[in-house]
Design a protein around this ligand. Sequence first.
Ligand SMILES: *Cc1c(COP(=O)(O)O)cnc(C)c1O
Length: 436
Amino acid sequence: MKNNEHADAVNAGAALEFCPMMSNYGAPSLTLVEGKGTEVWDSSGVRYLDFLCGLAVTSLGHSHPVVAEAICEQAHTLMHVSNLYNTLPGPEVAITLDRLLQTFPQPGEAGPAAGTTNTGRGGATDPMLSAKPSKQLGQVLFQNSGAEANEAAIKIARKYNGRGRHVVLSAMRSFHGRTLATLHATGQPEKHDTFQPLPEGFRHAAYNDVGAMEAALDPTVGAILVEAIQGEGGVNTPDPGYLRDLRALCDDRSLLLILDEIQTGIARTGAWFGFQHAGIMPDIVTMAKGLGNGMPIGAVWAKREVAQVLKPGDHGSTFAGQPLAAAAARAVLAVMEEMDAPAVARERGAELTAGLLALDGVESVRGAGLLLAAELSEDALRGRTGADVSAACAERGVLVNGVTKTSLRLAPPITVSSAEIEEAIRIIDAAIKAEA
Ligand SMILES: *Cc1c(COP(=O)(O)O)cnc(C)c1O
């Protein structure tokens, strides 16, 4: 491999008194130095199939030539000038995102897999949503990450709703980020304890249970924040009617419906955005991960009436929306539109789902498109955890993650080939069968 220099730099850490990096990620098991498409190589030249994509980030695969070229060209042209000036790629990306948010899957195009079929109000049954998007519905604010996109969404909701209606209701087992406010929005109390007190104004209720959300409402609640599928929480896929019923509840009580599409957005689930399987339109949508294919960029979209509450001075970020990151996002969206990424994610997702379901140790598969979790049987686990089986997969050359104690999360690039899916299935089978 040509990457001995990288390996040397990492190994140089061994000469230090202690590791130069803080230890909040634990001891990394691998040092990855190069990637191409679905494949990555470690510092010893060992090849892996990346079926995790940096947690649903590199959806076009590693080192995608069009994205790499766009980044290089923009780096040679204009990387950064601050938000005191307009720049070119950002507004173009905003226009494209507004259009894609209105581009729903057509009838017959599969919704979430794994026991849940999309029997809900599809895009086509609602003339407003099935009509070819022709008008601009909302506005975009760029951020640098997912958590920041959610922070911005929370601030927009607070300003829109006014003092006294500032509470955001989110779901148990959700994940919305690691900043203090988004950590509080995250419905995992065990993550809260160490960092109390957290910012006030957050409350949680069970996921996939509109009645529980309704019961948690009082006049201080101004917005409901949910994921279309809970990613970090275990690829928890709600019933087909869930988002539709939440939309109705929000309409009824004049609440803003905020969809966190940071993991499910940008074609990952077989629609441009996860909520589109349910045929609804949220008031605010946040996105990040897949938008830059590895370039850090986040965005919050809000429908016009909501977006317009933000006035100069209300919010800002030095780097957000800078031309370098926006040029990457522009290239990502262009490539994805060209290949019809949602359709490809549905096709490859169906192949991967079928392959996993054919394995002895896999009890069920949940998720949609190429955001999937394989639930392992007790026989397959034999006392191991999902993390143990994912480590056994890595040893054999496939990167996945143990998203719960009993399941593996798979999020390969949308550009994954059928042959790579078959190879990964064989390796996962061997990892399940391996001696513990
Ligand atoms: C990853 C993720 C976030 C946080 O994004 P960061 O870029 O890590 O801040 C928020 N919400 C969801 C649903 C995510 O998957």
